[in-house]
Design a protein around this ligand. Structure first.
Ligand SMILES: Cc1ncc(COP(=O)(O)O)c(C=O)c1O
Length: 465
């Protein structure tokens, strides 16, 4: 606190001694458009930004996001100790690069990369960068193949479901590839191999499959897609790779459902992305891209630079980035081991299913995903309700919960759902509080209750009496 003894002229001087809420910076406009001519004490700058962020949602109650909101304090210590380390400076920080390689090796084995091949991979900022890089490699490989066969190479296409994350469409637009999109149905929110088969041809650079879609958390039929692509290769000679977007599922099913085959056990799966900052349990932003074999990574994507001292190979979209989250991923892998990940993922699934049980008891909802494979709960209102999922989402927001309501992609746009992404911090207790708040929201929205606030409290009391 600034003492009362400080004279006003000192408080207004350019060299303030200290900052407080009431007496100094908080009574002036906070600079927003121009860099201020003079600075301010570090405590004041900190406090202004800290307070402004109170207007954001509470990450612990943000059930919209897949991204990690809690890590152990030792992990946080490692993150803080290394925030000043630029990951790309491999020559200056060679050990950081070695640690990246450790993680790539561990993930390649987790995803059953064939031992007789040489799997390669890289850390990325998240799955979006990993998907862009993976698909770029597919485009370049396809182009090289077409050129070597003396065939046209100017009409590449990419086949995917309407349920893919927006980054897939972004890739198609940014890198000039025709998107061929399999629509959903009113009662099916993933692709089928038959529909994908209708869209592929000799110009298909890749087929996309998702292990845990953003919309419903369901899984595309990856084995069927693999088998169909094998058949097509046999029949037409089209060498179409399968890229698996395992952004959320890649750190779950290997531990909870190890016999589910979606990874490099399937021969057409040539590349996989996973978000370290989702169920890899690391704060944002780290993702991983893995290629089954170095031959699947287009050599044209790999740049060699020498200006950081020493020759260095790089294949990322961005250059500079922090090292902390790469190190934090290694921390989690060492700290938890397979047993730790299995235990955490199993309990997240159990907590998610507990929420489903509670919501089922209300009889109000139908479940599209009841947390069968991934802890992502997607549900819609039964037809006979007088309010919408958007109303519920809004009411929950008033209590601090962030539970998104949205419509599903074409041709299921008339299906409106709520989605809860259960994460490590989503305890049994939170599940119970959320279920109670959802029921309270529904009750407050039900017809006779819904009109009451406009009638005023007194009339309400008379009415119910
Ligand atoms: C299936 C899927 N793919 C890709 C992404 C993008 O991942 P990131 O946020 O790690 O870039 C997401 C994000 O939610 C996702 O759910």
């Amino acid at each position: 606190m600034l003492s009362k003894k400080v004279k006003p002229e000192i408080r207004d001087s350019a060299a303030p001694l200290a900052s407080t809420y009431a007496e100094r910076y908080f009574s002036r406009d906070v600079p927003k458009h121009e860099i201020p001519a003079e600075g301010m004490p570090c405590e004041a700058a900190y406090q202004i930004i800290h307070d402004e962020l109170n207007l954001d949602g509470n990450p612990a109650l943000n059930l919209a996001s897949f991204v990690t909101t809690w890590m152990e304090k030792e992990a946080l210590q490692l993150i803080t100790e290394n925030v000043h380390r630029n990951f790309i400076d491999h020559d200056e920080y060679p050990q950081t690069e070695v640690i990246q390689e450790h993680v790539v090796n561990m993930l390649a084995r987790l995803y059953h990369a064939p031992e007789e091949k040489t799997a390669v991979g890289t850390a990325t900022v998240g799955s979006s960068e990993a998907i862009m890089l993976g698909l770029l490699s597919c485009k370049w490989q396809w182009k090289k193949r077409r050129q070597s066969e003396g065939r046209p190479d100017h009409r590449p296409n990419l086949v995917m479901g309407a349920e893919v994350h927006t980054v897939w469409e972004k890739f198609a637009r940014y890198f000039e590839v025709e998107p061929r999109v399999v629509p959903m149905a009113r009662d099916r929110f993933y692709v089928t191999a038959g529909e994908v088969r209708q869209l592929i041809d000799e110009n298909t650079i890749c087929v996309g499959a998702v292990l845990g879609t953003t919309f419903t958390g369901q899984i595309d039929p990856i084995r069927e897609l693999n088998d169909m692509l094998l058949e097509v290769r046999e029949k037409h000679g089209w060498d179409i790779p399968l890229h698996v977007d395992a952004a959320s599922g890649g750190f779950i099913t290997p531990f909870t459902d190890p016999d589910l085959e979606w990874d490099f056990r399937l021969p057409r799966v040539k590349s996989i992305n996973v978000s370290g900052h989702k169920y890899g349990l690391v704060y944002p932003g780290v993702g991983w891209l893995l290629f089954r074999d170095e031959a699947d990574l287009a050599p044209d994507l790999v740049f060699s630079v020498n200006y950081l001292g020493g020759e260095m190979a790089t294949y990322t979209l961005n250059f500079s980035r922090g090292s902390s989250m790469v190190l934090a991923q290694y921390y989690n892998l060492l700290r938890l081991g397979r047993a730790g990940y299995r235990q955490i993922m199993t309990s997240i699934l159990e907590n998610a299913r507990h929420l489903v049980r509670l919501l089922r008891q209300t009889g109000r909802f139908e479940f599209i995903n009841a947390g069968e494979k991934l802890p992502i709960i997607v549900f819609r209102l039964r037809d006979d309700q007088a309010f919408s999922v958007f109303d519920i989402s809004q009411r929950l927001r008033e209590k601090g919960w962030i539970v998104p309501a949205y419509t599903l992609p074409p041709n299921a746009e008339d299906v409106a759902v709520l989605r809860v992404v259960a994460k490590e911090n989503f305890s049994r207790d939170l599940a119970e509080m959320l279920a109670a708040d959802i029921e309270a929201a529904c009750k407050s929205l039900s017809p006779q209750r819904g009109r009451l606030p406009q009638m005023g409290k007194r009339r309400y009391n008379r009415r119910v009496c």
